[in-house]
Ligand binder design. Sequence first.
Ligand code: 3PG
Length: 210
Amino acid sequence: MDASRLLVNSRIVPVVVISRLERAVPLAECLLEAGIDVIEITLRTNTALAAIESIANQVPAMTVGAGSLREPGQIGDIIEAGGQFAVSPGATAELIGAAHEYNLPLVPGAVTPGEMMNLFAAGYSLQKFFPAELAGGAPFLKSIHAPLPDIRFMPTGGISVQKAADYLALPNVAAIGGSWITPQHLLDTGNFAEIGRLAAEAIDMSRVKH
Ligand code: 3PG
């Protein structure tokens, strides 16, 4: 259930809100071309599951997962659509139980050391740190590395290209997530040239040593 093995190539995870299904496949192809092979489609629109399904079927080199997971009942739908992982803003016992039951790799959200320790004890060595910027940002993650050395994070929430390097340089940051690579106005207008540029810029940034 631990999702660590999914984040071995790209350290950048675009968090995407898809409102037009026809954007899903070209977006996945564009990100892949820039070197990003993981995408999180948030379950916030009616088209999210269909977008996951289209990407899973038509862009097999892309690892596609579902974001904003809150209800255990959504897990079966994610798997049926071909989703390979899920990300949740926080964690409940029910959600963890269902992810175990369905064997779905999950990146559960945590923000306090206690939440992080509980999730680690449940088998999650990769966790989402959310909302990253408001919860203390890179300095917070840096300060918890010594006492919690076994936990890796995917900070998400308020991260921009300007802030990315600070996170990526930390030894306990496996990857960073965010919507800055796929802003809604670029998706709405189908501006994949600019999305590709933002993705390539993020990938360049992620090559920093950590
Ligand atoms: C989210 O689930 O909305 C993510 O954390 C993305 O946050 P961002 O839009 O601030 O990058």
